[in-house]
Design a protein around this ligand. Structure first.
Ligand code: NAD
Length: 290
């Protein structure tokens, strides 16, 4: 019973990647070879793992990847010059600069330097604005993956009340825009909200993106709600290191109709949608092909 409620992110991501593989083959048949450039500045071990995973996944679906590894003391002008070259290179379709960047580099300036139609993270102002206006733009990978999982679980989302917990630029805010576009009524709950649990209890859909282990308990959830847990929190429990989400999974399970586990829920969707965005970017840059 409880297994049936679990939304399997690995399976969903595999399905998205299968479609991407098919689309990549189609693009290649038209003479277009999608290419993703990934830039890593410095020695952050977690960033190295993320970049390795992204490059590996790209290879698996037939997307060419280029890696630029720059030293931790790289000047901002050097990084901006590299982005400028990649913006102008027709062989590069997607540009991803792995965050966080070292302190001498202003992340916002770097994001704005990427050509919007190569911005596979969907963070450029033009893409953020386009998302709010409901235009066909590149949208951030994690919330787009969450929307996919919700549509798989619920079908049409029209008229559902969605509560998004967290208002970051990379998850919470774009998630709210995507749900609004899917015709939900959307409430954003954040650190200054009064009685977050009471707001959340009204929701048909809860998306938690906070970064606080097991903050969302059983008394936050309406019976039958669908819960998407974006949080990834490393904790120590019974002398063991483990990953948990923002939702107290075991406590809410009896009440929900479906829920993503951590790990194995939202996590795998992010890379899958990065690959999908690379395909979309290739199409955006070559509107006359096909
Ligand atoms: P962030 O720190 O930028 O934003 C956290 C948000 O939570 C803020 O908007 C803040 O207002 C809100 N918040 C803080 N305390 C709160 C409280 N007590 N009640 C309600 N809201 C509160 O974080 P982020 O980048 O959006 O990431 C959120 C979580 O999602 C993190 O655990 C992160 O690791 C995870 N994450 C996972 C993926 C993935 O691929 N699965 C991708 C991005 C982020």
């Amino acid at each position: 019973m409880s297994e049936a409620k679990k939304i399997d992110g690995k399976l969903a991501a595999a399905r998205v990647l299968e479609k991407v593989r098919h689309d990549v083959a189609e693009l290649k048949a038209e003479g277009l070879a999608p290419c993703l450039a990934v830039v890593l500045v410095g020695d952050d071990p977690a960033s190295h793992v993320y970049v390795r995973n992204k490059v590996q996944r790209a290879e698996e679906v037939g997307i060419r990847s280029i890696e630029h590894r720059l030293p931790a003391d790289t000047e901002q002008v050097t990084l901006l010059a590299l982005i400028e070259r990649m913006n102008a290179d027709p062989a590069i379709n997607g540009i991803l600069v792995q965050m966080p960047l070292p302190p001498q580099i202003d992340e916002a300036s770097v994001i704005q330097a990427i050509r919007p139609d190569k911005d596979v993270d969907g963070f450029h102002k033009e893409n953020v604005g386009g998302l709010v206006l409901g235009q066909n733009v590149l949208t951030p990978c994690t919330p787009t993956g969450c929307l996919y999982l919700l549509e798989q679980a619920l079908g049409d989302l029209s008229g559902k009340h969605a509560v998004v917990i967290g208002r970051s630029n990379i998850v919470g805010k774009p998630m709210a825009s995507l749900l609004l576009q899917a015709h939900c009524s959307v409430t954003l709950v954040h650190s200054r909200s009064k009685d977050a649990a009471a707001l959340c209890r009204q929701a048909d859909i809860v998306v938690a993106a906070v970064g606080r282990p097991r903050m969302v308990g059983a008394d936050w959830i309406k019976p039958g709600a669908v819960v998407i847990d974006v949080g990834i929190n490393r904790i120590e429990e019974n002398g063991r290191a483990r990953l948990v989400g923002d939702v107290d999974y075991d406590a809410v399970l009896p009440q929900v109709s479906a829920i993503t586990p951590v790990p194995g829920g939202v996590g795998p969707m992010t890379i899958a949608f990065l690959m999908r965005n690379t395909v979309l970017a290739t199409r955006l840059q070559n509107p006359l092909a096909a």
